[in-house]
Design a protein around this ligand. Sequence first.
Ligand SMILES: [Zn+2]
Length: 98
Amino acid sequence: MNAKDLRRLSTSALERLRDAIESELLDRVSREAREQEERDARTVVAVRYVQEHIRCGKPSCHCATGSAGHGPYWYRYETMGSGKVRKRYEGKQKPKGA
Ligand SMILES: [Zn+2]
């Protein structure tokens, strides 16, 4: 549709078209903002590697009586844009990037 086509439309048809365009644009802008927000929330914004000792939970184990526990094992902590933190076991060896 070009300017010549628009001139052929009646005023009321043109007004309806304008309203439809405004409504469509508002929908798109809010949908795009929401999608961007969702992408940001899923993006990893910080990573850190930490060594931790763990307790296995067996009452008879040495770790139950106040020793350091098993390990140390490496864990990767990822902070997401949403603020949520994910923790992943990395093993006994120092991971790349730690
Ligand atoms: Zn134990």
